[in-house]
Design a protein around this ligand. Structure first.
Ligand SMILES: [Fe+2]
Length: 230
Protein backbone atom coordinates (compact mmCIF):
# COMPACT_ATOMS: atom_id res chain seq x y z
CA UNK A 1 0.00 0.00 0.00
CA UNK A 2 1.46 3.45 -0.91
CA UNK A 3 2.47 5.40 2.19
CA UNK A 4 -0.02 8.26 1.74
CA UNK A 5 -2.88 5.75 1.41
CA UNK A 6 -1.62 3.92 4.47
CA UNK A 7 -1.58 7.15 6.52
CA UNK A 8 -5.10 8.05 5.35
CA UNK A 9 -6.39 4.62 6.33
CA UNK A 10 -4.76 4.75 9.77
CA UNK A 11 -6.26 8.20 10.36
CA UNK A 12 -9.68 7.04 9.22
CA UNK A 13 -9.54 4.08 11.59
CA UNK A 14 -7.99 6.27 14.34
CA UNK A 15 -5.25 3.70 14.69
CA UNK A 16 -1.67 4.05 15.78
CA UNK A 17 0.68 2.49 13.22
CA UNK A 18 2.34 -0.78 14.13
CA UNK A 19 6.13 -1.11 14.01
CA UNK A 20 6.35 -2.00 10.31
CA UNK A 21 3.86 0.70 9.26
CA UNK A 22 5.68 3.28 11.35
CA UNK A 23 8.96 2.37 9.68
CA UNK A 24 7.39 2.81 6.23
CA UNK A 25 5.89 6.17 7.15
CA UNK A 26 9.16 7.47 8.61
CA UNK A 27 11.27 6.31 5.67
CA UNK A 28 8.89 7.95 3.20
CA UNK A 29 9.64 11.33 4.79
CA UNK A 30 13.43 11.14 4.51
CA UNK A 31 15.38 11.63 1.30
CA UNK A 32 18.25 9.25 0.63
CA UNK A 33 20.85 11.36 -1.19
CA UNK A 34 22.56 9.77 -4.16
CA UNK A 35 25.29 10.79 -6.57
CA UNK A 36 24.12 10.79 -10.17
CA UNK A 37 26.57 8.49 -12.01
CA UNK A 38 27.02 10.75 -15.06
CA UNK A 39 27.55 13.85 -12.96
CA UNK A 40 29.27 12.46 -9.86
CA UNK A 41 27.02 14.43 -7.53
CA UNK A 42 23.38 14.73 -6.52
CA UNK A 43 21.08 17.71 -6.68
CA UNK A 44 17.99 18.34 -4.55
CA UNK A 45 15.28 20.90 -5.09
CA UNK A 46 12.11 21.92 -3.28
CA UNK A 47 8.69 21.43 -4.87
CA UNK A 48 7.85 23.78 -7.75
CA UNK A 49 11.58 24.39 -8.36
CA UNK A 50 11.41 27.90 -7.00
CA UNK A 51 13.99 27.49 -4.30
CA UNK A 52 17.71 27.42 -4.52
CA UNK A 53 18.82 23.83 -4.26
CA UNK A 54 21.29 21.62 -2.50
CA UNK A 55 24.22 19.79 -4.03
CA UNK A 56 25.24 16.48 -2.50
CA UNK A 57 28.45 14.51 -2.72
CA UNK A 58 30.63 12.16 -0.71
CA UNK A 59 34.16 12.69 0.54
CA UNK A 60 36.66 9.81 0.38
CA UNK A 61 37.16 7.74 3.56
CA UNK A 62 40.81 8.77 3.59
CA UNK A 63 40.11 12.51 3.48
CA UNK A 64 37.34 12.18 6.06
CA UNK A 65 39.62 10.36 8.46
CA UNK A 66 42.46 12.91 8.04
CA UNK A 67 40.07 15.84 8.42
CA UNK A 68 38.53 14.26 11.53
CA UNK A 69 41.94 13.77 13.12
CA UNK A 70 42.91 17.34 12.28
CA UNK A 71 39.61 18.80 13.54
CA UNK A 72 39.70 16.91 16.85
CA UNK A 73 43.27 18.02 17.53
CA UNK A 74 42.27 21.72 17.27
CA UNK A 75 39.84 22.36 20.08
CA UNK A 76 41.28 25.57 21.49
CA UNK A 77 39.25 28.32 19.79
CA UNK A 78 35.61 28.39 20.92
CA UNK A 79 33.47 29.40 17.92
CA UNK A 80 30.04 29.55 19.57
CA UNK A 81 29.82 33.35 19.52
CA UNK A 82 29.26 33.09 15.74
CA UNK A 83 26.98 30.04 15.67
CA UNK A 84 23.33 29.10 16.24
CA UNK A 85 23.72 25.56 17.54
CA UNK A 86 22.70 24.71 21.09
CA UNK A 87 25.93 22.76 21.22
CA UNK A 88 28.60 23.01 23.92
CA UNK A 89 31.58 22.09 21.76
CA UNK A 90 31.97 24.08 18.55
CA UNK A 91 35.51 25.06 17.58
CA UNK A 92 37.10 27.07 14.84
CA UNK A 93 39.22 24.76 12.70
CA UNK A 94 42.38 26.52 11.45
CA UNK A 95 44.60 25.04 8.74
CA UNK A 96 47.80 27.11 9.23
CA UNK A 97 49.66 23.96 10.26
CA UNK A 98 48.05 21.76 7.56
CA UNK A 99 48.41 23.55 4.20
CA UNK A 100 48.19 20.31 2.19
CA UNK A 101 44.90 19.34 3.83
CA UNK A 102 43.54 22.84 3.23
CA UNK A 103 44.60 22.60 -0.43
CA UNK A 104 42.83 19.24 -0.86
CA UNK A 105 39.66 20.57 0.73
CA UNK A 106 39.81 23.74 -1.36
CA UNK A 107 40.09 21.63 -4.53
CA UNK A 108 37.16 19.48 -3.46
CA UNK A 109 35.06 22.54 -2.61
CA UNK A 110 35.95 24.26 -5.91
CA UNK A 111 34.69 21.24 -7.84
CA UNK A 112 31.46 21.14 -5.83
CA UNK A 113 30.92 24.88 -6.39
CA UNK A 114 31.37 24.32 -10.11
CA UNK A 115 28.82 21.46 -10.00
CA UNK A 116 26.39 23.69 -8.14
CA UNK A 117 26.72 26.96 -10.02
CA UNK A 118 27.92 25.78 -13.42
CA UNK A 119 31.07 27.91 -13.27
CA UNK A 120 34.36 27.39 -11.47
CA UNK A 121 35.11 29.84 -8.65
CA UNK A 122 37.67 32.62 -9.23
CA UNK A 123 41.25 32.64 -7.96
CA UNK A 124 40.01 34.66 -4.96
CA UNK A 125 37.91 31.68 -3.79
CA UNK A 126 37.99 31.61 0.00
CA UNK A 127 36.31 29.74 2.84
CA UNK A 128 36.64 28.90 6.53
CA UNK A 129 35.30 26.08 8.68
CA UNK A 130 34.48 24.93 12.19
CA UNK A 131 33.88 21.62 13.95
CA UNK A 132 30.76 20.61 15.87
CA UNK A 133 31.08 17.84 18.46
CA UNK A 134 27.44 17.13 19.20
CA UNK A 135 26.23 15.24 22.27
CA UNK A 136 22.83 13.76 23.20
CA UNK A 137 20.09 16.40 23.53
CA UNK A 138 22.01 19.11 21.62
CA UNK A 139 20.52 20.56 18.45
CA UNK A 140 20.64 23.31 15.84
CA UNK A 141 17.51 25.51 15.73
CA UNK A 142 16.27 26.86 12.38
CA UNK A 143 18.87 29.28 11.06
CA UNK A 144 20.65 30.57 7.98
CA UNK A 145 24.31 31.56 7.59
CA UNK A 146 25.19 35.22 7.17
CA UNK A 147 28.07 37.22 5.65
CA UNK A 148 28.82 34.52 3.09
CA UNK A 149 27.53 33.20 -0.25
CA UNK A 150 27.48 29.41 -0.04
CA UNK A 151 27.75 27.13 2.97
CA UNK A 152 28.52 23.46 3.41
CA UNK A 153 28.44 20.64 5.89
CA UNK A 154 30.65 17.58 5.94
CA UNK A 155 29.94 14.67 8.28
CA UNK A 156 33.08 13.27 9.89
CA UNK A 157 31.51 10.67 12.15
CA UNK A 158 27.89 9.66 12.73
CA UNK A 159 27.39 6.44 14.72
CA UNK A 160 24.66 4.22 13.23
CA UNK A 161 22.73 4.23 16.51
CA UNK A 162 22.07 7.96 15.92
CA UNK A 163 20.93 7.30 12.33
CA UNK A 164 18.33 4.79 13.57
CA UNK A 165 16.70 7.10 16.11
CA UNK A 166 14.41 8.97 13.71
CA UNK A 167 12.40 5.80 13.09
CA UNK A 168 10.99 6.08 16.61
CA UNK A 169 9.69 9.62 17.02
CA UNK A 170 7.68 10.51 20.12
CA UNK A 171 4.78 11.64 17.94
CA UNK A 172 4.45 11.65 14.13
CA UNK A 173 7.24 13.83 12.78
CA UNK A 174 10.67 12.30 12.18
CA UNK A 175 13.24 14.71 13.53
CA UNK A 176 15.77 13.00 15.78
CA UNK A 177 19.25 13.41 14.33
CA UNK A 178 17.93 14.63 10.95
CA UNK A 179 18.84 17.75 8.98
CA UNK A 180 15.94 19.66 7.38
CA UNK A 181 16.16 22.36 4.74
CA UNK A 182 13.11 24.65 4.56
CA UNK A 183 11.47 26.14 1.50
CA UNK A 184 11.02 29.91 1.45
CA UNK A 185 7.85 29.62 -0.66
CA UNK A 186 5.73 26.90 0.90
CA UNK A 187 5.66 24.41 3.76
CA UNK A 188 7.92 21.98 1.94
CA UNK A 189 11.09 20.79 3.56
CA UNK A 190 13.81 18.41 2.45
CA UNK A 191 14.88 16.04 5.18
CA UNK A 192 18.06 13.95 5.14
CA UNK A 193 19.51 11.35 7.49
CA UNK A 194 23.20 12.02 6.93
CA UNK A 195 25.91 9.41 7.21
CA UNK A 196 29.67 9.61 7.69
CA UNK A 197 31.32 11.07 4.57
CA UNK A 198 28.25 12.95 3.30
CA UNK A 199 28.67 16.48 1.98
CA UNK A 200 25.93 19.07 1.39
CA UNK A 201 26.47 22.44 -0.30
CA UNK A 202 23.73 25.09 -0.21
CA UNK A 203 23.16 28.82 -0.53
CA UNK A 204 23.87 30.46 2.80
CA UNK A 205 20.37 31.92 3.17
CA UNK A 206 18.72 28.49 2.84
CA UNK A 207 17.22 27.94 6.31
CA UNK A 208 17.91 24.61 7.97
CA UNK A 209 17.82 22.86 11.34
CA UNK A 210 19.19 19.71 12.93
CA UNK A 211 17.22 17.64 15.44
CA UNK A 212 18.70 16.32 18.67
CA UNK A 213 19.55 12.67 19.18
CA UNK A 214 19.31 10.98 22.57
CA UNK A 215 21.49 7.84 22.48
CA UNK A 216 23.85 8.03 25.43
CA UNK A 217 27.59 7.55 25.12
CA UNK A 218 27.93 8.63 21.46
CA UNK A 219 28.61 11.90 19.66
CA UNK A 220 28.23 13.21 16.12
CA UNK A 221 31.17 15.08 14.61
CA UNK A 222 30.62 17.40 11.69
CA UNK A 223 32.69 20.01 9.93
CA UNK A 224 30.81 23.01 8.56
CA UNK A 225 31.97 26.04 6.66
CA UNK A 226 31.13 29.21 4.82
CA UNK A 227 32.40 30.23 1.41
CA UNK A 228 33.10 33.93 1.63
CA UNK A 229 34.59 34.65 -1.81
CA UNK A 230 33.67 33.09 -5.12
FE1 LIG B 1 23.93 25.76 9.69
Amino acid sequence: MPTNTLVEKLMEDRQLPDEQQRRLIMESQVLVPQCIPEWGYGFYQHQFHRDISIAYNKLSDDLISRLKEHALSHRDVDFRHLLAGQIAEEYETPFDDAPELKKELTEFLSTQVQNFLGNPPSKDFDWFGWTNIVKPGEFNPVHAHTDCILSFILYLDIPEVIREEYRKPLTTLPSKGLIKFYSSYNSDDMTFNPKTGDFFLFTSNHRHSVGAFYSEGVERISFAGNITKL
